[in-house]
Ligand binder design. Structure first.
Ligand code: C2E
Ligand code: MG
Ligand code: MG
Ligand code: MG
Length: 289
């Protein structure tokens, strides 16, 4: 009887292993496929940037945008950055992709400048690996020069994990960026682990409160208390604060009440093409006239 039970357990164990092995194979081959295709995607120009407006809550004006990358495969399939950015971090291609994003954002800034949309900033997302392992300063200064863009118009967004990795190096680079006039935001604030002690030392200009805290502020007193505290924290540190992922009007009301500076989210606009942003800016200006 014991033998039977043993055999039963063994075969089940094997089946479980088999199950995991299959899953693993599917997962890795999918990842591998993405990884192998990323290089040719860059060469074949399959990436593009969309832009999501950042709204100043006191004036309801668009003061800038965040650039968000998209990968359109020749088949028409659009791959989400949540899927390919981690793959690009693994194989190091994230540096080439990040450089491409920087170029493209500056090119777009030049275009908007020529259309008379000045004083309008673009924020780019920089990966931890890129920030820590490449010469981000020279990439940025070269791109700014190439497209004659004022450094004040470019911002970078870094997640907590990127900032905390090598704190002394991080502080040095951020200080250099600030000297050039480029501002920096902490992205997804509250979602990772950040030490307030580090935050105190980092020369950053803006905190972006992660969507997970914003989602339920109309329903949960605790979430609202946390968001209120993060807004005050930012202001006490002389930083601006952005609410991410704002989807409803009631959320906007509460954020205004709590004196949040800026907001981003589907309530205002999804990420859209550079051309659509131009149209938005033109109609807003006409509205004021
Ligand atoms: P993130 O930088 O925190 O960007 C915000 C994400 O939330 C974007 O997703 C945006 O489309 C989405 N979002 C904005 N408002 C709303 C809303 O109201 N509701 C919901 N449900 N979602 C909203 P996306 O474009 O898929 O990007 C996901 C993440 O991928 C980004 O998070 C960022 O970490 C990364 N990423 C995107 N573009 C780049 C890039 O050019 N370089 C690097 N290194 N990472 C990027
Ligand atoms: Mg971001
Ligand atoms: Mg974010
Ligand atoms: Mg995010």
């Amino acid at each position: 009887k014991a033998d039977m039970a043993m055999n039963h357990a063994k075969s089940r164990g094997r089946n479980n292993c088999q199950f995991f092995a299959d899953e693993f194979e599917i997962l890795t081959s999918h990842r591998l496929r993405i990884r192998n295709n990323l290089k040719s995607a860059l060469e074949k120009n399959e990436f593009n940037l969309l832009y999501q407006p950042k709204i100043a809550l006191h004036s309801n004006m668009i003061i800038g945008v965040e650039a968000l990358i998209r990968w359109r495969r020749p088949s028409g399939e659009v791959v989400s950055p949540a899927e390919f950015i981690p793959a690009a971090e693994e194989n190091g291609l994230i540096i080439d992709i990040g450089n491409w994003v920087t170029e493209e954002a500056c090119k777009q800034l030049q275009r908007w400048g020529r259309e008379n949309h000045h004083n309008f900033s673009v924020a780019i997302n920089i990966s931890p690996f890129h920030f820590q392992h490449a010469d981000i300063l020279s990439t940025i200064t070269q791109a700014l020069r190439r497209y004659s863009v004022r450094p004040e118009l470019l911002e970078i967004e870094l997640t907590e994990s990127a900032l905390m990795e090598d704190i002394e190096h991080t502080i040095e680079i951020l200080a250099e960026l600030r000297k050039l006039g480029i501002s920096c935001s902490v992205d997804d604030f509250g979602a990772g682990y950040s030490s307030l002690n580090y935050l105190k030392r980092l020369p950053v200009d803006t905190l972006k409160i992660d969507k997970m805290f914003i989602d339920d502020i109309t329903k949960s007193q605790r979430d609202l208390a946390l968001v209120d505290t993060m807004i005050n924290l930012a202001h006490h540190l002389d930083m601006l604060v952005v609410a991410e992922g704002v989807e409803t009007e009631e959320t906007v009301h509460l954020l205004k009440e709590k004196r949040c500076d800026l907001a981003q989210g589907y309530y205002f606009s999804r990420p859209v093409s550079g051309k659509v942003i131009s149209e938005m800016l033109t109609t807003r200006l006409q509205d004021r006239a």
